[in-house]
Design a protein around this ligand. Structure first.
Ligand code: GLY
Length: 339
């Protein structure tokens, strides 16, 4: 079991990789707990939930919209929740985002913790304290920075994850390696078969490494004014693809990473052979390296993204596989390069 800590402005967040849902009582208060999950996770694991009221959202990104949030606030009030309550999310990225946002805003903020059930949530969505909801499909436009008290990454739960979802989680693991850790890239190349077969030792290793990379970046820049922007590698083009095509986040990020790597080559920062390696790694994990879509539409969607400030986009590019940096690119210049 691995313990990783983020000392955030809103409190300390303890991330435990390899802990089990069965031990959750050790992490939560004895009473006044409210559970948020989704119908998929509930249908498999509700027998193992501690005995507290449960709100189940529909599985999927469409639940990250305001009417669902308002429904949960109302449910909390109807069930006697107060400022001493605790919210426990058990689910993937969507559930963690919803629960973190609800908890950070209900009665001006009550404490919360996550049991992350999907690979994507374990290595990314549950860690870092950003809790966002969508506005008419545009990703994470409304949100908060509040650290969860704890994140339990129960890697044994990954065995019930559909194959596509598992591979989508690999996109964020690859991202962490590409921005910060060349050794992890070698591990991902050498252990591809083990990881695709969900070998538990290999999974625990890469989940721990990913969480450590993310935690160190968040610790250095919790509110995303500098270094934390590196975590957006692949997400500028990726979020736009996701908004337009309604494709899974991991697939959009995979294609977004290849797009950003190509841009890095075109601007003279990244060597062509590194680009080829990056493409091979992403394809090797069954993720798309290119997604066909109307570039003008994607560009319009990209302008609605949070990564734009006035006419500047903070684009995350690569200097080599394992080292990313942020380049400020003017919208007009980017348009010329990509259309
Ligand atoms: N909750 C995801 C993040 O903070 O990046």
């Amino acid at each position: 079991m691995e313990h990783i800590v983020i000392e955030g402005k809103s409190g300390t967040s303890q991330i435990v990789v390899g802990e089990n849902l069965a031990n959750i009582r050790a992490y939560i208060p004895a009473q006044n707990v409210f559970i948020i999950t989704d119908k998929n996770v509930g249908s498999i694991y509700s027998q193992q939930f501690p005995p507290f009221p449960v709100f189940q959202v529909e599985a999927g990104e469409q639940s990250k919209e305001f009417p669902v949030i308002a429904g949960i606030w109302q449910w909390l009030l109807d069930n006697g929740a107060d400022r001493g309550s605790f919210i426990l999310a058990i689910g993937g990225g969507v559930v963690c985002d919803i629960a973190g946002f609800v908890a950070s805003t209900f009665m001006r903020g009550i404490p919360f913790g996550f049991v992350a059930t999907s690979l994507l949530a374990q290595v990314d969505a549950s860690v870092g304290g950003k809790n966002g909801i969508n506005l008419h499909g545009f990703k994470n436009i409304v949100g908060t920075f509040t650290q969860p008290r704890f994140v339990i990454c129960d890697t044994s739960m990954l065995s019930s994850l559909p194959e596509e979802e598992y591979r989508n989680g690999m996109a964020e693991i690859i991202k962490h390696a590409l921005i910060k850790n060349a050794q992890k890239i070698n591990y991902l190349i050498a252990n591809r078969h083990k990881l695709l077969q969900r070998d538990s030792e290999a999974i625990n290793h890469v989940v721990s490494l990913s969480v450590k990379i993310k935690a160190s970046v968040v610790q250095a820049d919790e509110h995303e004014k500098g270094e934390r922007r590196l975590l957006n590698f692949g997400h500028t083009w990726g979020h736009a693809l996701e908004a337009i095509l309604k494709i899974p986040h991991g697939q959009a990020v995979a294609a977004g990473m290849v797009f950003a790597a190509r841009l890095s080559v075109n601007l003279g920062y990244l060597a062509e052979n590194d680009f080829v390696t990056i493409k091979e790694i992403i394809a090797g994990y069954g993720l798309p390296v290119e997604i066909d879509a109307d570039k003008a539409l994607i560009f319009d969607a990209l302008l609605k993204d949070k990564k734009r400030e006035n006419q500047i986009i903070h684009y995350v590019l690569l200097e080599r596989a394992g080292k990313a940096f942020v380049k400020e690119i003017e919208v007009a210049q980017l348009k010329k390069m990509v259309l």
